[in-house]
Design a protein around this ligand. Structure first.
Ligand code: SAJ
Length: 431
């Protein structure tokens, strides 16, 4: 290939680490990725974000993502990791643009791709021959080829010849230590074989295992399968819990017994519902797309129905438990233990604890919470702060409801001290 051939030029810039890599969105996905490319030796990695606070923190050598230490940021910032809020200027000189912006749901639980669209428009404005664009944000199948590709080709350049376009799903699990961005296999699917080849060549510079698939749609769909798989299986085990409750069988004993099967079974556990920014949301990108094709993604709908119903189920259990002690839920003091969406993290996004608190308040309970990772929550127009004295809060509570089983809690001590406990996570020792 001629040295001026965009494909060859890019591969060469990847090999000698001279490619200028721009990361759009420096959150829990973009920052670890930027650090991975900088630590792989790329001489210029620019983190772009609309949040000046994030950029300023990085400039000070600080980190706001638990998986990336401040020391790692301080070592590379200003050396080969840079930050900017000037998307146009940065992208004008970028060889690679990787989109890592949020793709939430809107109020009607339909895809909200405003951030993704804005990022893509910025890239389109600065698009020049020899660019590789990779979309990492979780989205519906077809986004890369049907939305981004026309946006870019409208600039008179051709995908696969003048520029290269891939989808490569993020697989960052905040707080996980055994698999990090460099050691988690990375899927890459291009809008053409040449695009895929260029995308694989880039990621191989920083990530140990890169897996090519035949199209951007296959890559988009693989990510949705991964997280829909979890949502559906969590819903299954939640429904098994509802069934066992009706049958008077201990669901935890049943799950532990099934989990002894060394093949053909994967353990999931029932709980208060499903939180986080992935599992409760991603499957709706799939069902939304299929609705436009007149297909009803029944598993997605049913999983959401069951998982979303768990907070009300557990509030009913609190009401029953108080009733057993001849107390009305109205006016009773209920302490929620743990509000993060899963243990040992501080993230409350989509947390079922927020729904449980709201439902308890609607029934007239006097609700407080304690969470060692979450000092304050603002939800439904109400601000609550974590109880400063756990022992006092346990003493004062008519009922304690365990929602998040943080490792920091001394569960046997809580079992001894609380007068009444509803445990949604089997955190307490068996009575
Ligand atoms: N949950 C249950 N029962 C289970 C598993 C989870 O009730 O058996 C609940 C959790 O408490 C939480 C929600 O579901 O509220 C989601 O939990 P999760 O373990 O799926 O954690 P997430 O949301 O942080 O999912 C991330 C995802 N990572 C990416 O999307 C890159 C997911 O694909 C990972 O598999 C997951 O982390 C993980 O395994 O930790």
């Amino acid at each position: 290939m001629a040295r001026t051939d965009p494909h060859a030029v890019l591969l060469h810039k990847f090999a000698d680490r001279s490619a200028h890599i721009a990361i759009l969105g420096m959150g829990y996905v973009g920052l670890p990725l930027a650090v991975a490319f900088a630590e792989a030796g790329f001489t210029r990695v620019t983190g772009l974000d609309i949040d000046a606070g994030k950029l300023a923190a990085l400039q000070r050598g600080e980190s706001y993502v638990e998986d990336i230490s401040a020391e790692r940021v301080a070592r590379i910032v200003g050396v080969n990791l840079f930050t900017s809020s000037d998307f146009d200027a940065t992208l004008a000189s970028a060889d690679v643009a990787i989109i890592c912006v949020p793709t939430p749901l809107n109020k009607t639980r339909d895809p909200d791709i405003r951030a993704l669209t804005a990022a893509s428009e910025a890239i389109a404005r600065a698009l020049h021959p020899g660019m590789l664009i990779s979309l990492e944000s979780t989205t519906y199948p077809g986004t890369t080829d049907e939305l981004l590709r026309p946006m870019f080709e409208a600039r008179g350049l051709r995908a696969g010849q003048d520029f290269f376009l891939v989808f490569s799903p993020e697989r960052i699990d905040p707080g996980r230590k055994d698999f990090v961005v460099e050691t988690t296999p990375k899927i890459v699917g291009g809008v053409s074989p040449a695009c895929c080849e260029v995308g694989v060549a880039l990621y191989r510079q920083a990530i140990r295992s890169v897996v090519a698939v035949s199209s951007s749609q296959a890559a988009e769909m693989s990510k949705l399968l991964e997280n829909t798989f979890r949502a559906v299986n969590i819903a299954l085990v939640n429904e098994i819990a509802l069934m066992c409750d009706k049958l008077g069988i201990d669901v935890w004993e049943v799950i532990d017994a099934a989990a002894t099967k060394p093949y053909g079974f994967m353990k999931f556990t029932p709980g208060p519902g499903v939180g986080g920014h992935c599992i409760p949301l991603d499957p709706h990108y799939l069902s939304w797309k299929l609705r436009t094709l007149n297909y009803n993604a029944r598993f997605v709908q049913l999983a959401d129905e069951i998982n979303s119903g768990m907070p009300a189920y557990w509030v009913g259990k609190v009401q029953d438990a108080l009733n057993e002690h001849e107390k009305a839920i109205k006016g009773s003091r209920v302490l929620v233990l743990g509000v993060a969406y899963k243990k040992d993290i501080d993230d409350v996004r989509e947390s079922p604890a927020l729904d449980i608190i709201e439902l308890l308040r609607q029934k007239g309970a006097r609700v407080s919470y304690h969470d060692p990772h979450v000092p304050r929550i603002d939800h439904g127009g109400v601000t609550l702060r974590s109880e400063p004295d756990l022992a006092a809060a346990l003493d004062a509570a008519d009922c304690v409801v365990v929602v998040t089983d943080h490792s920091a809690y001394d569960w046997p001590a809580i079992a001894r001290q609380a007068r009444l406990v509803v445990d949604t996570r089997r955190a307490l020792p068996r009575a």
